[in-house]
Every structure is written in C-alpha cells, then in structure tokens.
Design a protein around this ligand. Structure first.
Ligand code: T1G
Length: 691
C-alpha cells in the first residue's frame, strides 16, 4: 500500500491503495514507519507524498469509523503528527482528488503542488463530520477564517487553479507533478513552513474583538443542530478554537469534537447513505452482464419529461433524436433546451461552446424511422397503457435488433408494455423524476423478461447521466411512488379528520422534509394525483370528494395559482404556499358528508409517526415482495427522490434507529385505532430491518 523511492536526496512516498488510496488504519500503519524512517535518514533532505491510481487520496477510509481504535491503531492523525514533528521539507504532489484526510496531510506539508484539473475538498460535512486531522486548525492559517469556513461547510471540490489563487497551493503544473515537487524541494533550500507556527487569519476588516459576533453570526447561518446542522455547529466551534487557542489546544478541541461527531446519529446515518448509494449497482449477475454501449439515444415524446430526458442524454455526451409530431411542442422543447443551457452558461457552469455543442446534439423529428440506429430509446408519452403499447409496437418495428427500449412510466405494468414488442428481454422501465435533467434519482424497473444486459445498459447510461440508479421490480408505483401513496394517504386521512393541511406540512417539515405532503401535491399537480387516484382508488386516495372538488374548481396547485394552498405572485414568486381556510372548510364539509369522525387534536409527533411509519411499512412490504433489493436501496430512493432528510438515513435506516419492533408495535396500535389499512409488514417484527 506504501512504496518509497529515492531520487538523490529526495524520498518519494507513494500512497497505493486502490481504488481511491483511502487512508485506512492499515495504510497508516504502513505509512507511519516509512515517514519516521525518512526523518531519521540523514541522506534524505526532502520527502514527497504522492498517490498512485490517478488520485492523491479519497481521504480516510470511511469503513474504519465504525471500528473503535485501540491504543495500537495508527490513523492519519499519527502520520500527520510525525510530519509536524519532522525537520525535513515535506511536499504534497497532488494529482486527481485530495479529499478529507488527504487534504489535511497536504496542509501538514511545507509545500503543495498539483496538476491542473486536480481538486481539493473537505467532504467531511457531508458525512456529518468535520476534518479531524488538523484541517480545522491549519486551513484558517492558510486562508482567512471566513474562506476556510466556506470550504469546510460547503465542501466544494476546489479546482487546482482556484486553490493556487487562494494560496492553498504553491504551484500548478500540466503534468509531471512529482518532478515539479522535486524541483520545488531543491528551490526550498530546506526552508520549512509549518502552518502550526502561524496565527489564524481574520477576514479583512474583522478585528479580534469582533470575533464573538462573527462566530455567533456563523452559527445563525447554518441549520439547527437537530435539523441536520449538528456537524456544522461543531465545525464553527473548531474554527473558533483555531483563532482563540494555541495550535496544540485547538488540535485537541478538534479531536474531541470529531470523536463526538463520529459516534453521532446524523453521521452514522449519512455514512449509511454514502455506502448505500455505492451498493446500488451490486445486483446479482450484473457484473457478468454485457451492457450495451449507447452511442445514440432516442426519446419518444417532446413534452416536459421527454425534453428533460433528452437533455440528460445531451449532458452525458450522447447524441439524441426526439420524436415529437406536434410543431408547437417541438418549439416549446427547443425553447426549454435553449433556456436551460443559457442559464448554465450564465451561472458559469458551462462554456458557451459546450452549451452550444450539447444543444445541437438534440435533434427533433416526427418520424419513428429516424430512431432506426438508436441503441436505447426512452418513451415519455402520455400515461396511458394503450398509447404506450402503440408506441412500443412502432418502435419494435423500426429500431435495430440490439436496441433497448425503455418506458418512463411512473406506474404502469412493464410486462404489459413489453408484450407489445418481440424483444421483451430488451424492454425495461427507466423512471426519471421531474425535472428529469435535474433530479438525480432514476428507477430502473425490470420486467419479468428483462435481461441483465438490459439492466446493465440502463445502469451504465444512468451513470453517464450522473444519475443515482435504483433497481425496482415491476409493481404499481415501483419503489418511490408506491411508498408515497401510503404516505400521502395518511396525510389525507388526517386532513379529513380535521387537522388543517398546513399543520401536517409543518410537522413534516420540522421532521426534515423540504416540504410537506400538501405543498408537494400542489407542486407536482393535483390533476396528476387525481389521475392516479382514478387508476388505483385503493391506493393513496382519501375517503372524501375533496380531491374531486379541487379538480372541478381547477385548483391544480402552483401551476394554477391555487390547490390545497393559495399562491400569490408577490409572495415568494408565486411558489410560497399560503394557508387557505376555504380548503379547511371544504375538508370539514366533505368529511361531514362522508360521515368521518373528527380528531383535530393530533400532535406533531403523531403526524410524523403516521406519515413516516406508513412509509416504513410500505418499504418493508416491498422488501418482502422482492420489489426492492435492499433496505438501503429504499433509503436512497427517498433521500434522493423525495427529500427524506439524509441525516436521518432514509425511512428504513430511521426504522432501525427508533427500533423496528417499536415501529411494529405502533402499527399494531394504529390498526386498532385507525383501521385495517395498517397491516404491519412481518419484516418489522425482526430486530433490525438492515440485517
Ligand atoms: N473510504 C472508503 N471507501 C471509499 C472512500 C472512502 N473515503 N471513497 C471511496 N470509497 C470507495 C467507494 O465506496 C467505492 O467502493 C469505491 O471507493 C469507488 O468510489 C480524517 C475524517 C474519491 C471522489 O468523503 O468522494 O477523511 O463500490 O464509486 O466516482 O479528517 O469516492 O468499489 O466497493 O465514489 O471515482 C473523506 C468520499 C473521508 C471521500 C471517487 N473522504 N469518496 O469517486 O468512485 S473522512 C470522502 C468520494 C476524512 C479526515 C476525515 C469518491 C471519490 P466500491 P466511487 P468515484
């Protein structure tokens, strides 16, 4: 895992622990004596750290955090302490990513060189942690406190050129970073530059007396500790120590804060999400599958979803042809594409040239025949089985024999759609979430005949589109929407029992969702909910005619300026839900007509239990039915697709956190109090859902 090679009086130490040179306990146990030997060797004047496998290092090995270190365990902290004590000149030669503990190792060095295109980042906050090996103490001694906080709070991937401008790097080279480091070692003439010997840098215009105010302001800028801000507040405490305490004391403070965070529930949940996301593609047999290369994509339907999917292809560098027979729709689609890319250029995310290239890679036609050479075609037409079957029959007749056909349906039966073709092994669902070019979640839905090659192709295309792809079995609503129906059913039932929608939404927002179920209805469209309720009245619908009344009043939600809430273009740009007592009166009136007993006094905690336990119960049933492969897959669907607070790990992780048995007992109580719809999934009787 560690190799070292001398070049005259310079020792080059290489981190080599594929795939990302993670600074595991094992690697650090090997690295420490090599660093100490270099320090003791009089023939060595300078030490260079570099990484193999095209990356400096992805930081500490996140797997190690659940292992309680023993006094004998060596971590990156021990290596950095040895560098700190060293008298040689230490240089970090960075190529690729230098993340977390690797960034910290470079800060303990006297000099830092990187190749153009390398990136430095402190992603710890995304794991509910803080840099725990000196980063919170050294970075504020290299850039000012405000800058350092932004880098550690927002976790940007800082490009090498920007890091050079900020003074984090000493040199950026186009290649030969180790050679450049050797030259720098010679030029350094043995001059060390320990950051620990500097003072933290206050932002321009901030005098030491103003520090308490600056710190209190920083705390106000991050979410409350119980709402996902736990690590952020500890980070601010650590950076404050960098300003107010001597280096050694600040380091000790950082260690204590880190050790508290690494055992915290939010961090355990976020590390679960990190690994669950990287487990999604571990599907039995998929490694042996022959995923097709998709050199050309096709989309049928140039509506909002179809155009969004076309943009996904363009962003992945895959030329795409969209079949859309209606000229006005083609114009609208082109405007959407042009506007989206113009926005990206304006925000500096894309160059004009790249935007132009991507925009040009999307072609429109009215002819199915233009799709003949596509490797993958995604259908995105009206949610009607007859319409979709007709599209698939036409596609089957024109595309090449090896082409894969995917439907973007959100609820319809994949097998029934596949039966319209003679290639059912090459048909599957690719359920994009609106807006398709923004949302990262992609449900890949396998029909009973879908081949592993087809699934592998969909996962490969999803990766090139930078999607988070989750495999789902073929059942109504797949994973996300199937669970959503039980979640929204409980919200509707509580509203019918006299609890105002704004109270329900407020409770779910305080739990950590970005918006509550009624605001979500208004965003996605009440007409869409009505369409689904018509298709499956047994799922997700309420017991009253409220939904029907809203549709009759053409209150479809944000897009019509009113739904469960009112919207005023002068309030939050017309997107801010405004409580509407007329809807509460409508619920009361329709509930009375339906003879529904009123229970308006439901606590926020009970609102959360009813909505979240409905999710957990539906998720457990999907695992029992084999629709979802793993609990972690369900967690990813809900964190990425529906805004479940990631610091709670997703619905199934949350179930284990509160205890699956506790959830089971609550559901048994709900069944007695609320009705047979609360049939507890057997899986919840076991100790942990995440076996
Ligand atoms: N620890 C353990 N495994 C890791 C890892 C890490 N830090 N980073 C990646 N992997 C695994 C990953 O699970 C996957 O495994 C494989 O490597 C490829 O990952 C002390 C406390 C580095 C940019 O948070 O951002 O340092 O699927 O698919 O797209 O203060 O991985 O092959 O079994 O993501 O090329 C901080 C997280 C740690 C970095 C590469 N570091 N990783 O992206 O590959 S905390 C991170 C990434 C820390 C110090 C603190 C990315 C990547 P498998 P991948 P990629």
């Amino acid at each position: 895992m560690i190799s070292s090679k001398d070049s005259n009086d310079i020792r080059v130490i290489t981190l080599d622990n594929p795939p990302v040179n993670a600074l595991s306990f094992a690697l650090c146990a090997e690295l420490l004596p090599v660093v100490e030997a270099a320090e003791k060797d009089d023939a060595v004047k300078a030490v260079i750290f570099t990484g193999a496998n095209g990356i400096f290092s992805g930081g500490a090995d996140v797997n190690d955090f659940t292992t309680e270190p023993t006094p004998e365990t060596k971590t990156i902290r021990d290596v950095i302490a040895a560098v700190e004590r060293g008298t040689k000149v230490f240089i970090a030669a960075i190529d690729g990513n230098a993340l977390g503990g690797a960034f910290e190792l470079s800060l303990a060095c006297d000099y830092r060189v990187a190749t153009r295109g390398s990136r430095l980042s402190f992603p710890e906050i995304q794991l509910g942690l803080i840099p725990g090996a000196g980063g919170t103490q050294r970075l504020p001694r290299l850039v000012d406190v405000q800058e350092a906080l932004q880098v550690m709070l927002k976790a940007p991937r800082v490009p090498a050129e920007e890091a050079l401008t900020k003074g984090i790097l000493d040199e950026v080279v186009d290649g030969g970073v180790v050679e450049a480091a050797k030259a720098l070692a010679q030029r350094s003439e043995g001059v060390k530059r320990r950051l620990s010997e500097r003072r933290a840098i206050l932002p321009k215009g901030v005098v030491p007396q103003a520090l308490p105010f600056v710190v209190s302001q920083a705390h106000k800028m991050v979410p409350p500790e119980e709402s996902g801000g736990f690590a952020a507040h500890k980070l601010i405490d650590a950076v404050e120590a960098a300003v107010t305490l001597p280096f050694a004391y600040g380091l000790a403070r950082e260690s204590r804060l880190f050790d508290e965070l690494v055992r915290s529930k939010p961090s355990l949940a976020l590390r679960h999400v990190f690994f669950a996301e990287r487990t999604l593609n571990k599907i039995p047999g998929l490694a042996q599958a022959q995923a097709r290369t998709v050199a050309k994509g096709g989309v049928v339907g140039g509506g909002t979803m179809g155009t969004g999917i076309a943009i996904c292809f363009a962003d992945a560098g895959i030329p795409v042809t969209v079949v859309e027979p209606i000229d006005e729709q083609v114009e609208r689609a082109k405007q959407m594409i042009f506007g989206m890319y113009a926005h990206q250029v304006q925000r500096g995310r894309l160059t004009q040239e790249e935007a132009w290239k991507r925009g040009q890679s999307v072609e429109f036609t009215a002819e199915y025949g233009e799709l003949a050479d596509c490797d993958l075609v995604v259908e995105a037409v009206f949610e009607s089985m007859d319409v979709k079957r007709d599209v698939f029959a036409k596609l089957d007749a024109v595309v090449k024999p090896s082409a894969m056909l995917a439907t973007n349906t959100s609820t319809l039966d994949i097998d029934e759609i596949a039966a319209a073709t003679k290639r059912s092994s090459q048909v599957l669902g690719m359920h994009f979430f609106a807006p398709a070019n923004i949302m990262k979640l992609l449900e890949v839905v396998r029909g009973s005949a879908t081949s592993l090659d087809a699934i592998g192709t969909a996962f490969a295309v999803g990766k090139s589109m930078r999607k988070v792809s989750v495999l789902s079995g073929n059942a109504f609503g797949f994973i996300g929407n199937r669970m959503l129906l039980d979640y929204v059913r409980e919200a509707l039932y509580m509203a019918e029992e006299g609890l105002p929608p704004y109270r329900i939404d407020a409770a779910m927002k305080s739990f950590g969702f970005p918006m509550g179920p009624f605001a979500m209805f208004d965003l996605s469209g009440i007409d869409v909910a009505w369409h689904i309720a018509q298709a499956r009245p047994d799922l997700g619908a309420g017991r009253t005619k409220v939904l029907q009344r809203l549709v009759e009043m053409k209150r479809f939600g944000q897009k019509t300026g009113a739904g469960y809430y009112r919207y005023d273009k002068n309030v939050g740009g017309g997107r801010e839900p405004i409580r509407d007592e007329t809807i509460e009166a409508l619920f009361a009136q329709e509930a009375q007509s339906a003879g529904i007993a009123q229970h308006p006094n439901v606590s926020d905690e009970e609102v959360v239990r009813r909505c979240v336990y409905a999710l957990i119960n539906a998720g457990a049933a999907l695992l029992e039915e084999g629709i979802a492969l793993r609990p972690g897959d369900i967690d990813i669907v809900w964190v990425y697709g529906y805004g479940f607070p990631p610091y709670r790990g997703g619905p199934m992780w949350y179930a284990d956190d509160i205890g699956a048995k506790n959830v089971y007992e609550s559901i048994v109580r709900f069944r007695k109090e609320l009705g047979d719809r609360w049939e507890p999934a057997k899986l919840l009787q076991q100790e942990l859902v995440h076996a």
